[in-house]
Design a protein around this ligand. Structure first.
Ligand code: ZN
Length: 342
């Protein structure tokens, strides 16, 4: 399998984020990008670096609101002109959008467009987010040209990014943008999210669409980020009714229970008659991941890869979470090896 890397896959991550009321070191550290690359090399992937893709902005705006994209583009330069501004933008305030008036003050914009304190915007956020999208678009183009499977290593990841809000380390929804691009050729596209956290942004973007099936297997949001979405009763609406499936699982979920959930997801993707598959790929389901609460082993990812391959669909793996643990390279290797073994 070919791996397409953002040239900034190992760029320094944000400095801090807010966790349970405390500012702590941000978990998206540069070393995790390197570890994922090592895992891809260990699996024998051909490594290719993404270049900026033509018409990127048009592809992004097909998924995200134009005003939000313009905000991301200019946020840091406007913010940094304020006296005594911090080097990373955090929202000070969460407006009630039903009654609030839009305000172009940089502090007001941060509250409007950034939904939590896990997605700080720094000097290079926009550059890095754009090249993440380039990597997945290049991957989607390869599938459209007839390749069977691609792994896109993008940082920052994207599955929490909503149509017009950043959150959870995500700014542009790479998986959704790639799915939209694949839809130019494939009538029905499924997005299977195997990250530890609910893919709330992807769900929101496609919630009313019948050509996209969104499935997420994740920690039960009753007690886990992102808390407000990811429950079983969110099934899609309007034309998208029954095109969204959430499978929340309890803390401590082991391989056997996880694979059972994955088999259910695979059955639903088969019934949907998807023609292409995007896998929002997270490794924070690993037993010692600092942000996770499941109990998967390294070898579990081999089984996950095998199960996904059983769908026999053109497949684009899009990097989401999975944080800095010694086993991260091996987990990546196992997923790719499992996929390629059958
Ligand atoms: Zn995650």
């Amino acid at each position: 399998m070919k791996a397409i890397l953002s040239p900034y896959f190992d760029a320094p991550g944000p400095a801090k984020f807010l966790r349970r009321g405390r500012f702590v070191e941000h978990p998206d550290v540069a070393q995790r990008g390197n570890q994922i690359r090592v895992g891809l090399e260990m699996a024998g992937c051909e490594i290719v670096f993404a270049s900026s893709q033509p018409e990127l902005r048009k592809l992004i705006i097909a998924v995200h609101d134009t005003a939000y994209v313009e905000y991301l583009e200019s946020a840091w330069s406007n913010w940094s002109k304020m006296p005594d501004a911090s080097t990373e933008i955090f929202p000070n305030i969460s407006p009630n959008r039903h009654i609030a008036q839009f305000n172009e003050n940089p502090v007001a914009l941060a509250g409007w467009y950034i939904a939590d304190c896990a997605a700080p915007i720094g000097e290079y956020t926009w550059r890095n987010a754009l090249l993440s999208v380039s990597a997945v678009i290049q991957g989607a183009s390869c599938l459209r040209a007839g390749e069977f499977a691609i792994y896109a290593l993008c940082r920052p990841s994207g599955h929490h990014a909503c149509q017009d809000r950043a959150m959870g380390m995500c700014f542009l929804n790479n998986a959704a943008i790639a799915a939209q691009e694949l839809h130019q050729q494939f009538a029905k596209v499924a997005i299977l999210d195997i990250d530890m956290h609910h893919g709330n942004g992807t769900q929101q973007i496609f919630y009313q669409h019948s050509d996209f099936l969104t499935i997420s297997i994740h920690g039960n949001p009753a007690n886990f980020y992102p808390f407000y979405t990811g429950f079983e009763n969110e099934c899609g609406s309007d034309e998208g009714e029954e095109c969204n499936l959430n499978i929340p699982l309890p803390p401590g979920t082991n391989e056997a229970s996880y694979i059972q959930a994955l088999e259910k997801a695979i059955d639903v993707i088969s019934s949907f008659k998807a023609e292409a598959l995007v896998v929002a790929t997270g490794f924070d389901t690993f037993k010692s991941d600092p942000l996770g609460c499941f109990s998967l082993e390294s070898t579990s990812y081999n089984e996950i890869g095998r199960k996904i391959k059983s769908l026999s669909l053109p497949t684009l793996f899009v990097q989401e979470g999975g944080y800095f643990v010694e086993a991260l390279s091996e987990n990546v290797r196992q997923l790719v090896a499992g996929f390629e073994s059958v």
